[in-house]
Design a protein around this ligand. Sequence first.
Ligand code: ADP
Length: 315
Amino acid sequence: MSLTSRSSATSLQDGALFEGVIEEKVISPRGSVSIKRYSKGRFLGKGGFARVYELQDLESKKNYAAKVIPKSTLTKSRTRQKLMSEIKIHKSLKHPNIVGFEHFFEDHENVYILLEICINQTLNELLRRRKRLTELESMVYMVQTLSAVEYLHNHRVIHRDLKLGNMFLNEKLEIKLGDFGLASKLEYEGQKRKTVCGTPNYIAPEILESREGHSYEVDIWSFGVILYTLLIGKPPFETNDVKTTYKKIRKCSYSFPENVQISSQAKDLIEKILQADPESRLSIQDMYKHAFFNMGFEIPKFLPPSTLAIPPSES
Ligand code: ADP
């Protein structure tokens, strides 16, 4: 894969202030040229080096989220390589709980990545509004996340940055796991990764120790951190400074606050995931079988839109 241009887009200043219509030059396998046009909509958010806008394909009327990355930020070959790796990995994935990758193109100024649009933001914003989620909601979101992570691991991909801010919600409030900027594809089973990466609150202890490298279990750890955060309302190892947080993670030192009621099943699942030794953590298959996901009723596929602002009713 290369990031050389098969397409062109008009007058995009710095990826920030572009107006109106974006044109993508499409060259067919036979060499004929056609133009695909998109109208630019709302600004959706800003990431490490991308700004994300809503884009509408003027022909099909389909809406996308477009990650716009100014080429001025891609001068270092390391940064270019990282972007290429993100595209290559994300492009290869297709799963109902993973943000769909449409395609990408570039012009002189920017690289554009067209993604499935998730109109209900991420679990980060949801939790900020709601403070914490009910066990039923957590089950619904976590079982979908588990399915996405299982798919990734079956395809030898480690996400390495699982966190609330990378768990998008579509119009039906389905989880769509996104942002493959730190993901890694293993070349063979048993291979270990050594790069220190992740987000402080969610990072696994073996990444911090980093002597023997890390593997799939780092995603399992983050899964446990996410479940705790949804139920309790704040991450288990959160402190005011990163060093102290890392110390707590290394020692696996966290507790359940007494003022928040959670079931013994939820506690047990979290405890069996947040194990300093990666080998001791539950496997994905064991998680599916765990009592938290098997409380004697079927976990609903969808939650009502009202839960974006208020808890679901008990009935
Ligand atoms: P980066 O990889 O540069 O960190 P992100 O993937 O985190 O960028 O995206 C930055 C922001 O853009 C997100 O926090 C979110 O607000 C918005 N965004 C990203 N992808 C989508 C999407 N598929 N649908 C809707 N909004 C999105």
